[in-house]
Design a protein around this ligand. Structure first.
Ligand code: ATP
Length: 280
């Protein structure tokens, strides 16, 4: 059972396929009303986590509880190719008792997608907008979006993110969305779940996480406690380090990282680590 203000609660969640673990020891809580970024390299387990959360896939170990019946926009954006947009929305209405037709139609109209066009003739981005309308039209309390921005142009990406934010502000919906373009998530997502090699590497409130970290730029002689260093990069002249939980460090420039700097540092550090493990 999910308790208190949690929209999604994963405890020791794991999924093993024949080739090995796709997700392991996954424990985190997503508070309600948040727009959470789910990030991680290819194969990190993001889609697996979403499939587990929607009950499409059964966990090998652990549990995941979600508030209500979540809405999922899967990566392949499954829609009936022969249906027109109107027929697709009609199917949504027929299949879902909580369907909000006015809202779904508004999302399609705002995207400028013709209602009489067949799904199979739409561009990738237009299909995404219809798939989003079908997912959000159900008015689910928790929405899981697997790379919803991947085939949208820059303006459409902004529009979709703004529409999602408005939805959250209006209805208190909780959104978990995966993306490889971290810059798109900056300023929009207020919660982060970073997966790496099937495990939760970093999670929490974005503002708290940014405040806990510092990006230091200083001479190569810069010395800080090793346990605080997330990533260190040396050039001939200087050192750049992402550190966690350190106070002022004399003799260097320090600033709070952006979300993109934070995420990329963790991903780079983990990649170096996994290359070392493979080589060992
Ligand atoms: N049905 C399946 N059968 C076997 N292995 C699978 C299956 N689904 C996923 N995997 C494996 O589980 C791991 C995690 O895959 P997943 O699709 O969850 O990653 P992802 O983070 O969504 O990746 P991407 O960013 O490339 O979409 C990968 O190694 C993948 O090959």
């Amino acid at each position: 059972m999910i308790e208190g203000s949690a929209a999604l609660d994963a405890t020791g969640l794991g999924k093993r396929y024949r080739r090995g673990w796709a997700l392991r020891d996954c424990t985190f809580t997503l508070p309600t009303g948040r727009v959470a970024a789910l990030v991680g390299p290819n194969g990190a387990g993001k889609s697996t986590l979403m499939s587990l959360a929607t009950g499409l896939v059964r966990p090998t170990e652990g549990t995941v509880d979600v508030l209500g019946k979540p809405g999922l926009l899967a990566q392949g954006k499954p829609l009936y190719q022969r249906f027109t947009v109107t027929e697709m929305l009609r199917a949504g209405r027929a299949l879902n008792p909580d369907w909000d037709d006015a809202y779904a139609r508004r999302l399609v109209a705002e995207a400028g997608v013709p209602f009489d066009a067949r799904i199979g003739t739409l561009s990738g981005g237009q299909r995404t907008r219809v798939a989003l309308a079908v997912t959000l039209g159900r008015r689910p309390p928790v929405v899981l979006l697997d790379e919803p921005l991947a085939d949208l142009d820059p303006l459409a990406r902004q529009e979709v993110m703004q529409a999602l934010l408005a939805e959250v502000a209006e209805t208190g919906t909780t959104v978990l969305l995966s993306s490889h373009v971290i810059a798109d998530l900056d300023g929009i997502c207020d919660h982060l779940v970073l997966l790496s090699a099937g495990r939760v590497r970093l999670t929490g409130d974005v503002d708290d996480l940014l405040a806990e970290h510092r990006l230091l730029i200083g001479p190569r002689t810069l010395d800080v406690p090793a346990e605080a260093v997330v990533e260190r990069r040396d050039t001939a002249r200087q050192t750049t380090m992402l550190v966690r939980g350190l106070g002022d460090v004399p003799g260097c420039e320090a600033h709070e990282p952006t979300l993109e700097e934070l995420v990329l540092s963790y991903l780079r550090a983990d990649r170096v680590e996994s290359v070392r493990e493979v080589a060992a």
